[in-house]
Design a protein around this ligand. Structure first.
Ligand code: SAM
Length: 376
């Protein structure tokens, strides 16, 4: 690509800019999976630039066309879209279904499968219809459209098997006492192979993933550093499911609405190559902390200072990247004086002075730094 990344690891690069422009720098047929969650068509404007539902389809069309061009023939696009209501009335917007139809009818995508992400932890909304008037149920399911360029994208559901139910486990232990192989009235031919242990069950297209994330190192570090956390992150489990099912190690994953770079982080942990595009420099800069678990707060502040002064191209050599819940690192120093994302130049100088003081101050309490390259 012509543009320089804001930061990069051995496997991926995070670019700040309009993804339409950045997409134009990518060659045709070069990406294995685009996993993304655009700003939704919400009635209330959020800080990250939502588009109103009536203009949404036209807004997203050029992104869809550009993604179609850069995807390999075996490639997929997974688009997470939250539901929305029309303005002022308790009627649902059809924008996510219109996007689906337009992507297939006009751009030429195949709908490989429609997925539904159920987030049981979602707060009730919209307040007017759900909490106040109590005339609608809470909206806790996002539509997740799995598009592909051809009818047979790369996919292997065996990579995302889920644990067997207790009943199925008993059946596998003793198939004879549970069923007799025969053709059911429904037409299903239940053969003897039904009781075979395949290491897990085929997952459903309803993904139940609570978006709680309260223990993640990203949130913890945002708090410790006084950074504003991205308000519309998806949980790592969502991209992890599709990355595992639709790609192999070393394949290229792209997120064109990167936000806090959940997709890049997940791809890195799963040993894939990744690219992230994000318009907002503050969000993208803050996303670097996903890769800095185990660094001290002082070291992270120094890196954020560098991102500010060097503009771009920061190389992350030693990173800690795992999808396992991060172990609490209670030992960190919490000398956080200013709440803004980027400390001023004076703050950077002051921070260096403070670091000198810290280094002469009970060194046993300063955590070991940086951590080895640990990939899940
Ligand atoms: C719903 S958020 C994505 C959050 C992300 N999935 C995560 O887990 O952090 C959508 C993001 O798209 C970004 N965005 C909006 N328009 C964009 C554009 N034209 N190019 C690049 N990013 C854009 C917004 O700044 C916002 O951070």
């Amino acid at each position: 690509m012509r543009s320089e990344p804001l930061y990069y690891t051995k496997k991926g690069k995070a670019y700040c800019g309009d993804s339409l422009e950045l997409l134009s720098e990518l060659p045709d047929n070069s990406v294995d999976l685009v996993m993304t969650s655009p700003p939704f068509a919400l009635r209330r404007q959020k800080t990250y630039g939502n588009v109103v539902e009536t203009e949404y389809v036209e807004w997203i069309k050029p992104f869809g066309k550009a993604v179609f061009r850069v995807l390999k023939e075996t490639g997929s696009l997974v688009l997470d879209l939250g539901g929305a209501y029309k303005s002022g009335i308790p009627s649902r917007s059809l924008y996510n279904f219109r996007v689906l139809l337009m992507f297939c009818d006009e751009i030429g995508f195949h709908l490989s499968e429609d997925f539904y992400w159920f987030n049981p932890a979602k707060l009730p909304s919209p307040i007017e219809w759900v909490n106040k008037r109590k005339i609608r149920a809470k909206d806790s399911v996002n539509t997740v459209w799995w598009f592909s360029k051809t009818a047979f994208p790369k996919a292997d559901v065996r990579k995302v098997l889920v644990p067997y139910s207790d009943r199925m486990k008993k059946l596998i232990e003793d198939p004879d006492s549970f069923y007799k192989p025969k053709k059911r009235p429904s037409g299903h031919d239940i053969s003897a192979g039904f009781g075979k242990n395949n290491g897990g069950a085929i997952p459903a297209n309803l993904l139940t993933i609570p978006n709680t994330d309260s223990n993640s190192s990203y949130l913890r570090l945002c708090k410790e550093l006084g950074l504003q956390r991205h308000p519309a992150r998806f949980p790592t489990e969502l991209p992890a499911f599709f990355i595992k099912m639709l790609t192999d190690e070393k394949d290229i994953i792209l997120d064109i609405f990167g936000g806090s770079n959940t997709t890049g982080f997940t791809a890195e942990a799963l040993n894939r190559k990744w690219l992230t595009f994000e318009l907002d420099r503050e969000y993208l800069s803050a996303s670097i902390i996903r890769f800095l678990d185990g660094y001290s707060v002082e070291e992270i502040r120094e890196i954020l200072c560098k991102l500010k002064s060097n503009q771009s191209n920061y190389q992350l050599e030693k990173i800690y990247c795992t999808l396992e819940p991060a172990k609490a690192t209670k030992q960190r120093r919490q000398y956080i004086f200013q709440p803004s994302l980027f400390p001023s130049e004076d703050d950077c100088i002051e921070k260096k002075n403070r670091k000198n003081i810290l280094e002469n101050d009970s060194p046993a309490s300063i955590p070991p730094s940086p951590i080895v390259n640990r990939i899940a």
